[in-house]
Each structure stands twice: as C-alpha cells, then as structure tokens.
Design a protein. Structure first.
Length: 567
C-alpha cells in the first residue's frame, strides 16, 4: 500500500516531497556511472507510392498517402526508389500493383543493408508477364527483400554473383515462362551466403529455386508448392543448408542435388565430382504424383558427394522418397553420402531406390538409424513386367539395383511387422534377384545390411505423422552410434572414423554446430569446426574418450533411437 494514501492531502504532499528529496540526496552521493548510450537512430525510410502526383517529393505524408503535408521522401515508381536507395536505407512499398521490376542500383553494407519491404499491413504486388525477371539483384550484396508478392510474371528473380542477401517472408506465385527455362523461378549462380527465410513459392513452369555453383546459402522455413519440374535444385554447389521447409509438388519431383553439365545462365558451367557437403535436415517431403510410364518422381534425386540428409520426413510420394541416381553428364559421382535418422513412410514405390547403373561411380553411401515403414509398391509405370506382375502391391521399402557401394545399418525396415521377403528387393527393370528376407540379406551380405529391424515400430500416431516411439517401442535405444573415436585421449580435437555425419555451421553467420555425445557418457559438447580430410571434430569443451567409443548426436537413454524426425 502507498504509505501516504490515507493522510490528509497537505501532509501527504509534504511527506512525499521529503521522501523524494531523501532519495535524490542519496542518489547524489552515489557514482551515477557512465551516461547511457544514445538510442539508435532509425534508418531513413524511402516510400514508394504509385498514387502520388509527383515523380518524387520530400514532403510525403505516409498517413495521408500524399505529398505536400509531410516530411518523408517518396517516389512514384519502384525504379526511381531502387536507383536512389543506398546503404542503410529502408524502402517501403505501399500496397498496390507494380508493373515494373525491382532492380536495386546499389549494394548495402554488412552494418547497413538496403531493405526493400512492404509497408506495415499492406500488400505490394509485382506483376505482369513482361517482367523477366520481376526482381534482379545480380551483382548486389547486403540487400534485404521482405514482405513482397511477385505473381503472374514470366520469371521471378535473378541473383548472379549476388552475395549475403536476405529474402524473407515473400510470396512468389505463378512464374509463367512458356519455355520452362531453369531461370523461371529464383535463379542463383555463383551466389554465396544468401538466406531465404519463411517465403512461399508456388506454381511455376519449371523450377522454383536453382542454386548453381553457389555455396553456403541457407534455405529455411519456406513453403514450396507445385512446380512443373523440380521445387528446388542444387548443382555443383557446396555447404548449402535446406532446413525445416515444407515441400509438396502435385506436378513433378521435389528436389535435385547433382553436379553440373553445361548449365547456368550461359550454359557454360560444367563441374563433375563438385557437389559436396550440403545439408538437408528437418524438412517434410509430403507428396509427388505418378509419372505414368516414365521415371518416377522422387522426393530427392541425389547424385552428389558427402551430402548429409537427416531428420527429414518423406511421405506419400508416388515415386521413391530418395532416389540415389546415376547417369551420364550431371550424375556420374554418387559417393560419401550419409542418410541418417529420417522417416520414409507410405510411399507408392519404395522409401529409397539405389541405381543399378554400373558405368559411373557409386560408393560409400550409408543409411543409418532411419525408419522405412508402410510403403507399398504401385505399378504406375506399366512398361515392366517386374513392376506389374511381381512388385505391384508388395510391401517394398528399399529397392536396389546393386549390391555394392552402400550400407544399411540399424534401420527399421517394416510394413506391419514380420520379415516379408519383399521389404528389400534387388533388380532392374530387365533382371532381378529372387525375393529374400531382410534377415537373409543380412546373412548373405553383412557388409551391406546389418542390425536392421523388421518389428512393428509402435509409434505414437504414424497415421497422424507423429513418429515418436512409444515407451515400449523396439526403436528406443536401438540405434547405432554414427561413428567411433580413433585412439584414446582428452581434449577438444576428437579424431573419429568418419566425420561425414556432423555439421559445424559451414561458416554461415548465426549457425551453430551439432551437439554430440559419447557412448556411455552423459557429457555433451558442441562441434565448432570439422577437419574433413583428417576426420577430426573440434569441440567447444574438453572430453575424454577411449578408442572405439561410439559418437552420436545428443541422445537420451543408453543409445540413440532409430528414427528421430520430430513433428
């Protein structure tokens, strides 16, 4: 209670003044410390308003949306504002229709980007089939583009030699290039350290997003829908991250990760065995359609090196969730990839397909701690008797055209439970092996299949896409450790058999490396750097390890669980 609340008014005022004076005197005796830093000055705002009468004005009133009664700078056209904006400026687009391209004339700086954004609560739309592209940021750096809608244009965006830009919270819809060029959607070439965050992409006549010869880009939290070819492609780019995106393509495949064979803006980029250390994690690959009598439409077509695919959910794809491809030109080296802790559920083909092509290089591809569950083969492609007469309706989880270059370890491979002889099938369209159970595969080829389970998994709600194991699930503590320590020691440099399972942030600003845990220990450490050639994990704290001790991502219990996708 206020101590003066029940006193007469004059006495209360007197007492209040005395108390304030006493507080002030005490404050005078104490060291007040340094002055607080001044409040940061907000960046200058340039408005773009197609409704103003003048080409430009310095007395724009944002509330009234007119010149003559305010103090802000405004331009009638997007072109004029984009030409005038310099480092540190914010360009606010008022709601309305813009039939012109956004082409910034300048780059920002690391400490002062140029921001192009929607005015709060309003929806600016860039549209018109003549826009090809609607946004051009080639040669520009440190730009932020957020809250814009691009729709009904020929092409969405070019970003050649464009670095450290951010696209955030935009909507790209209906790219209508009649020729279906790879430049139809967002086209990045030799573009590094860019970030695509929380955007929506839907309905294009080719690919939504292409990264060619582009490194260390982050694509996170986006929604991708309906592309006539692929939703996204990474070609001869390294250290890119695709994380927590929502993918669904009713028209064709979802993603591609390949080398380059005569691609790029001028068709002059060729690089073989040059697509390394990309990370695909935490994404949902929700749907691909039937291809009919053609190659199936996959969640990912992968023909790269040292790709890390982990903690993703692949479900309801009519083709394989993941297709390990091999063919001439862009797909000749499929090596060193690590596919761990994913869920492949209810496809109409198989969770994973491995190419049987023997003309090109395939090796050291490891599938560990994944869930392959409830897929059933549907012979949408009727050209092959193996599909129509043998596989149709069978519970195929893994389809392999080869018996070399891979390892499946500690995965769940199951339909309802029980070791059906069609859970893993081997063959190509013209030749195949006799059916055999997972157990028989493991006995015959222990270097290719080991420690896999075929029991009913007992998930919390698989039909509701919740793959959390129940407490009595056979998947709990049943996973394999990803790798082992080499030699005994103590320190922050941990040598391991295989560092390819781990992520150190790839040098991307704000990214952090994996938290790891050793077998039999509850101590954890974060990976701050990886020496790929020496297979050494550099950690943020000292650990003790023994030769052969297992190394995994942080886990609860006595060992990692099989699976790991978290809805």
């Amino acid at each position: 209670m206020n101590p003066t609340a029940r006193l007469p008014l004059t006495l209360a005022l007197t007492l209040t003044l005395v108390l304030l004076g006493a507080c002030g005197a005490a404050g005078t005796d104490a060291d007040p410390g340094p002055d607080p830093p001044p409040a940061p000055t907000p960046p200058p705002t340039i408005y773009v308003d197609p409704g103003i009468d003048a080409d430009a004005c310095d007395d724009y009133d944002p509330a009234a949306r007119r010149c003559g009664s305010g103090e802000e700078r405004a331009y009638r056209t997007l072109a004029a504002a984009a030409a005038a904006a310099v480092a540190g400026d914010v360009v606010a687009l008022r709601g309305g229709t813009y039939r012109e391209a956004l082409r910034p004339a300048n780059s920002g700086r690391a400490d002062a980007p140029i921001v192009f954004r929607n005015h709060e609560g309003e929806r600016p739309v860039l549209t018109g089939e003549a826009l090809s592209p609607a946004i051009e940021i080639s040669g520009r750096s440190y730009l932020v583009i957020e809250g814009l809608t691009v729709e009904g244009v020929r092409r969405w965006l070019y970003a050649r030699d464009a670095h450290r830009n951010v696209l955030r919270g935009n909507t790209f819809r209906r790219a209508l290039d009649p020729y279906g060029s790879s430049k139809t959607g967002l086209f990045f070439e030799r573009a590094h350290f860019n970030r695509l965050l929380g955007n929506r992409f839907e309905d294009s006549t080719q690919d939504h997003l292409v990264l060619i010869d582009s490194d260390r880009n982050l694509v996170e939290g986006n929604v991708f829908r309906a592309a006539d070819h692929a939703l996204w492609a990474i070609k001869c780019g390294d250290f890119n991250v695709l994380r927590n995106n929502d993918f669904h393509n009713a028209d064709q495949k979802i993603g591609e990760i390949y080398d380059c064979d005569g691609v790029g803006f001028d068709k002059d980029v060729t690089a073989v065995n040059a697509t390394r250390r990309n990370l695909v994690e935490g994404n949902v690959f929700a749907y691909t359609p039937s291809s009919g009598d053609a190659s199936p439409y996959a969640g990912i077509q992968l023909a790269a090196q040292q790709t890390l695919v982990r903690f993703n959910l692949f479900h309801d794809t009519t083709g394989p969730g993941l297709q390990m491809a091999l063919y001439g030109g862009e797909a000749t080296h499929n090596t060193g990839n690590r596919v761990v802790h994913n869920v492949f559920f209810r496809t109409d083909y198989a969770g994973v397909e491995l190419s049987g092509n023997t003309r090109y290089t395939f090796g050291d591809n490891v599938f560990k701690n994944n869930v392959f569950y409830r897929s059933r083969f549907v012979a949408n492609d009727t050209r092959w008797s193996w599909y129509t007469d043998v596989l149709d309706g069978r519970p195929v989880q893994i389809k392999t055209g080869r018996t070399d270059g891979f390892l499946f370890e500690a995965n769940l491979i199951a339909y309802d439970g029980g070791d059906d002889p069609y859970l893993v099938v081997h063959g190509v369209t013209s030749a195949r092996s006799a059916p055999r159970t997972v157990g028989a595969w493991q006995d015959a080829l222990p270097g290719r299949f080991r420690g896999n389970l075929t029991a009913a998994p007992r998930f919390r709600d698989a039909e509701g896409l919740d793959f959390t194991p129940a407490p009595d699930s056979p998947l709990v503590d049943a996973g394999a450790f990803l790798t082992q320590a080499v030699g005994s020691g103590r320190g922050t440099a941990l040598p391991v058999d295989d560092a390819g399972y781990f992520y150190d942030g790839y040098g991307l600003p704000g990214e952090r490396g994996d938290v790891i845990q050793l077998q039999g220990s509850d101590l954890r450490a974060r990976v701050v750097a990886i020496d790929d050639e020496a297979n050494v994990l550099h950690l943020d704290r000292e650990l003790d390890w023994q030769d052969g001790q297992g190394v995994a991502y942080a886990y609860a219990g006595t060992a990692p669980d099989i699976g790991g996708y978290a809805p």
